[in-house]
Ligand binder design. Structure first.
Ligand code: ARG
Length: 575
């Protein structure tokens, strides 16, 4: 077992069983990082309370069973009943040597693997991706990669908004301006201009509004010409999405668009299904479901609107159809909705209805991975001077431009400088999102995101470049480094212990759908490496010590690269 916390947990459970009886072999060993030792166990505290023992005495008996063993160098009771645990240096060194030889770097595959849907990014046809889409896109993609790395099968789903009432108006506008102009505007992301022009005509020109309404009726009836024009809008928008996802390093492809229109053929049946089972009924002319536990300010139950009084279907219906399809037809075990906090209630209502309908059972879970707001300096939503949403593409341009200023003086070669500025700028923007809890709101501050020190993308990119340069200077291939591992200083020991934490960090991030846990780990590892690098000469060390330090460098590079790859942070070879 490479993971120190898991290994210690196992030993604590064994000691508990020996001390208290076999049934305690399954107790929670409650292992935590400690500021007085490598780790601590809080198990004696809670168990003693349950059993009527004196916590401190129980802690002391457990500690004496663990003290001075193959794995644990020191175990001692402390405070009211903590057990402080310090690992043997030899144990750490052996595990690091194992990790060095392991292509998976000590990250075990999930057992059993799950089939998971990650619903993220939330793009819409003929609407720009704006600053608010950054977090649900970047965080969602990291969740996908972390889950896949653990061997789970992940279905990426960008619930593409490609259906609904605006499409009558958008199609008519496309006809007015012509296909080329439509393509030029949509494929380059000039959606606002396109959408607003359509909207303005709709509001001011009665004849246009009439045509738009007729077109919508045709579209909803599947009339071929209306469908062809609609498809044109979808294709043009896809051209833009492909471009922006590629630049942002997001793994969504055309095949991962789970467009709202895909569910359209299922909507009537979903309504009939729920109505037939008494889970939905007509209220004010509309078919509504009232999942239990949701009331408005007036105390009345809140509806999910399944079919409007005019017979149309909306956002609620599609989400209900989507969750049924995912659970009942695809048979997935977990659905993670990476969506803004403002849709929390909507999603909880969809989950509650799915549970009522028997689609969501104990064999599966649906969770809302809440995304908080990214704000401007004053804590308000990011806006342009004109009060519009900031385009995601513009935000990326700004990040790259600012990154270029940070690195400019180090590069003569303009092509190389451009590539590095792109990686540093985009990496900083993405890492900024991933390094904070996803549900917190956070202030976009480019100076902080682009700083070369602290918990930033550039700091981590720089750490990898620095390790590569050690090998380059010595004319060595990082892959050639082999043990043995010698832990002669506290800095080496701390770095080694950190290296062993990758598996836990990846698993924690996967379990809670919180990539920032992996980001914190990667940052702590890079910090431990910085200290090691300052205190432990590598190339001027001799013999086995040099080999060991080179091996620590290699392994740090591999673990950092793995972490950054899972987070979706591009890593330039040089910096
Ligand atoms: N397109 C939606 C929006 O712009 C987000 C979709 C989120 N996913 C979902 N299954 N509802 O708000």
């Amino acid at each position: 077992m490479t993971d120190p916390e898991a290994a210690l947990g196992q030993l604590v459970r064994e000691a508990l069983a020996a001390e208290l009886g076999a049934e305690f072999a399954a107790a929670d060993p409650s292992i935590r990082p400690s500021s007085f030792a490598d780790f601590q166990s809080n198990a004696a505290l809670s168990l003693a309370k349950q059993l009527g023992h004196v916590p401190r005495d129980l802690a002391a008996s457990i500690a004496s069973r663990l003290d001075d063993t193959d794995t644990v160098a020191h175990a001692e009771a402390s405070g009211p009943g903590f057990i402080n645990l310090t690992l043997q240096d030899g144990w750490i060194a052996d595990r690091v040597a194992d990790q060095l030889a392991d292509p998976r770097l000590g990250v075990a595959k999930a057992e059993p693997a799950q089939l998971v849907v990650v619903d993220y990014s939330g793009p819409n046809v003929a609407k720009e991706l704006h600053a608010g889409h950054l977090r649900p896109t970047v965080v969602g993609d990291a969740i996908v990669k972390v889950l896949e790395h653990l061997g789970n099968e992940v279905i990426r789903a960008a619930h593409l908004g490609d259906w609904g009432t605006p499409f009558g108006m958008l199609i008519e506008h496309a006809l007015d301006v012509g296909e080329q102009v439509t393509y030029d505007q949509l494929a380059t992301g000039e959606f606002t201009a396109f959408y607003q022009a359509a909207r303005a005509k709709f509001d001011s020109d009665a004849a246009f509004a009439d045509r738009a309404r007729q077109r919508l009726v045709q579209l909803q009836a599947g009339e071929p010409e209306a469908m062809r024009l609609w498809q044109l809008l979808v294709d043009d928008s896809m051209a833009y999405l492909r471009k922006i996802y590629a630049r942002l390093g997001i793994s969504l492809t055309d095949a991962d668009m789970a467009p709202e229109s895909f569910y359209h053929p299922m909507l009537a049946d979903v309504c009939a299904d729920l109505e037939g089972r008494g889970l939905a009924w007509i209220s004010d002319g509309a078919l509504c479901a009232f999942p239990p536990g949701f009331t408005g300010r007036d105390g009345n139950p809140l509806p999910l609107m399944l079919r409007k009084s005019d017979g149309g279907y909306g956002y609620d219906t599609t989400d209900v159809a989507a969750i049924r399809y995912r659970l009942r037809d695809l048979g997935v075990q977990r659905i993670i909705y990476v969506v803004g906090s403002e849709q929390h209630q909507h999603l909880l209502m969809v989950f509650a209805l799915a549970r009522q309908a028997g689609w969501l059972t104990d064999r599966a879970s649906a969770e809302h991975a809440v995304i908080g707001l990214m704000t401007g300096a004053g804590g308000q939503r990011l806006k342009t001077r004109e009060g519009d949403q900031i385009k995601l593409m513009d935000l990326m341009d700004e990040a790259v431009e600012r990154a270029d200023k940070v690195i400019a003086d180090r590069y003569d070669d303009l092509i190389q400088r451009g590539q590095i500025a792109e990686a540093v700028g985009i990496g900083a923007l993405k890492y900024g999102d991933l390094s904070v809890a996803r549900d917190s709101s956070y202030v976009l501050d480019f100076d902080r995101l682009l700083a070369l020190t602290g918990n930033t993308g550039p700091y981590l990119q720089y750490a990898t470049a620095r390790i590569r340069s050690i090998f380059a200077r010595a004319g060595l291939d990082p892959a050639s480094a082999v043990g043995p591992i010698l832990l002669t200083t506290p800095a080496e020991r701390t770095l080694a212990l950190r290296l062993l934490g990758l598996g836990k960090a990846v698993n924690d991030a996967a379990a809670t759908a919180e990539p920032h846990k992996l980001a914190s780990y990667v940052f702590e590892l890079a910090s431990a490496f910085t200290t090691f690098y300052e205190q432990c000469p590598v190339l001027t060390a001799e013999g086995d010590l040099r080999q060991s330090r080179l091996a620590l460098c290699t392994l740090t590079l591999r673990v950092l690269m793995t972490g950054l790859e899972l987070l979706g942070i591009p890593v330039p070879e040089r910096m």
